[in-house]
Design a binder for this molecule. Sequence first.
Ligand SMILES: *[C@@H]1O[C@H](CO)[C@@H](O)[C@H](O)[C@H]1NC(C)=O
Ligand SMILES: *[C@@H]1O[C@H](CO)[C@@H](O)[C@H](O)[C@H]1NC(C)=O
Ligand SMILES: *[C@@H]1O[C@H](CO)[C@@H](O)[C@H](O)[C@H]1NC(C)=O
Ligand SMILES: *[C@@H]1O[C@H](CO)[C@@H](O)[C@H](O)[C@H]1NC(C)=O
Ligand SMILES: *[C@@H]1O[C@H](CO)[C@@H](O)[C@H](O)[C@H]1NC(C)=O
Ligand SMILES: *[C@@H]1O[C@H](CO)[C@@H](O)[C@H](O)[C@H]1NC(C)=O
Ligand SMILES: *[C@@H]1O[C@H](CO)[C@@H](O)[C@H](O)[C@H]1NC(C)=O
Length: 424
Amino acid sequence: MKPPPLLLPFLFIFLFIFPNITTSQILPPTHSPITSPPSSSSTTTLDPKQIRALQSLNIPTSKDPCSQPSYQNATICDNTTPFRHVTSLTLSNCPSYVALSFTALKSLSTLHTLHLLNCHVPPIRFPPELISSLRSFTAVNSLRRVTGAWLSQLQNLTDLTVTNVQVKASGPYVILAHMTKLQSLTISHANLTGYLPGHIHSKLIHIDFSENQLKGNIPISITILDTLQSLNLSSNSLSGEIPVSIGDLVSLNFLSLASNSFSGSIPDSISAVSGLVHMDLSSNQLNGTIPKFISQMKNLKHLNLANNNFHGVLPFNQSFIQRLEVFNVNGNSNLCYNHSILSSKLKLGVSPCDKYGMPVSQPSKDSSADDNSDDDYSDGDEDASKNNKEHHHGPNKFVLGVAITLSSLVFLIVLMVLCAKCCR
Ligand SMILES: *[C@@H]1O[C@H](CO)[C@@H](O)[C@H](O)[C@H]1NC(C)=O
Ligand SMILES: *[C@@H]1O[C@H](CO)[C@@H](O)[C@H](O)[C@H]1NC(C)=O
Ligand SMILES: *[C@@H]1O[C@H](CO)[C@@H](O)[C@H](O)[C@H]1NC(C)=O
Ligand SMILES: *[C@@H]1O[C@H](CO)[C@@H](O)[C@H](O)[C@H]1NC(C)=O
Ligand SMILES: *[C@@H]1O[C@H](CO)[C@@H](O)[C@H](O)[C@H]1NC(C)=O
Ligand SMILES: *[C@@H]1O[C@H](CO)[C@@H](O)[C@H](O)[C@H]1NC(C)=O
Ligand SMILES: *[C@@H]1O[C@H](CO)[C@@H](O)[C@H](O)[C@H]1NC(C)=O
């Protein structure tokens, strides 16, 4: 009766491995038939005007640029007749002699998507036909330098991404004023100055203004965006209190206000943002106590409150802290933890509290050895010590193994010597 249950796992393993092997063997042959039939592109080819435009932009055209996958995915075409048209174009790592020309862009006015990656072409005025058609524009480490006025011409965009490009504008409003269809907005690492716009008329889902020089506070125009899922304002010079209206961002799951000059306390209204997964408020001048409602935020995975001026007793238990992927409260010198609730082994970077809820001593940040001052309380915290010592388990076992082997050897030698003496 025993063999069948033992055989069963093997059967499963075979069943799992076999389809994998067969599909991976079958796939390559089926792949080439799929990619080669674009010989049907003999009936429909790319518009000759667009072929010339692509050539002027250094996109190879000896092979049909519409064939899938095209050269480095640089082009995606539609299926119109008699000629196909490019709808998506990516220019990456452009050689220095490549330049955008008005004529080429006019020929490419069927583009919905234009990506520039490491492509330092000079920005030129786009033809109205292209502006009308363009939905997604990306410039990453490209274009050298653009003005807000230049970006503001792209009025039909739903997606705008400008990263690691110097953007010269008196503020984001200049760029965004007429982009009424925008859904995803990233202008980051761009040295953008000015204030967050007092008015944004759109259905924004994603805002990333990180790593700029924006100042002032968070205006109501941002917190009324009830479709907003992601707000990244990190690494600017923003200040003032986090507005109570932040609780109106009911769709938000990512929030980073890190590395600004926000002050005041965490508003209770944030408890209404129940879908929050990522909350980074680190490196500001926030004060007050850390609200307990944070531990009731069921979706939270990343909580960073480091380097602020929070005080009082940390309102979290061990199961909450261990559920998170990132938890950081370092660098809040008046914050402490209740050592009858949390173990020192969690190494939270804050001091334990005295009975008045004040830190008993400065946190021992550098001492890698355990702070033994509260050993009486940490005895029962086996789970915590397990969790933190995980990395030491391997080496410990190894040392133990070596020790056992060595002592066995010594024992054997002694035994042999004794035996030799006895048997003589
Ligand atoms: C091209 O696109 C495919 C599918 O999206 C992707 O797997 C592949 O990595 C891309 N190739 C390049 C060179 O970007
Ligand atoms: C945006 O696209 C619509 C058609 O979808 C067009 O009527 C309009 O003129 C375009 N706007 C601009 C500024 O090109
Ligand atoms: C932003 O300005 C600094 C100093 O003015 C400069 O070093 C840096 O390259 C600029 N960043 C970009 C993306 O141009
Ligand atoms: C937020 O901005 C920081 C800094 O630019 C970046 O590292 C991070 O990936 C951004 N996160 C999101 C979700 O946009
Ligand atoms: C927090 O800081 C603000 C100024 O930034 C101050 O008015 C307030 O009294 C501080 N609150 C506490 C509890 O320290
Ligand atoms: C830890 O705190 C959470 C939220 O406050 C609570 O739901 C949970 O029951 C607590 N767990 C323990 C073991 O006390
Ligand atoms: C620490 O927790 C214990 C048990 O919940 C409680 O009796 C005590 O008052 C707390 N101490 C502080 C300083 O909050």
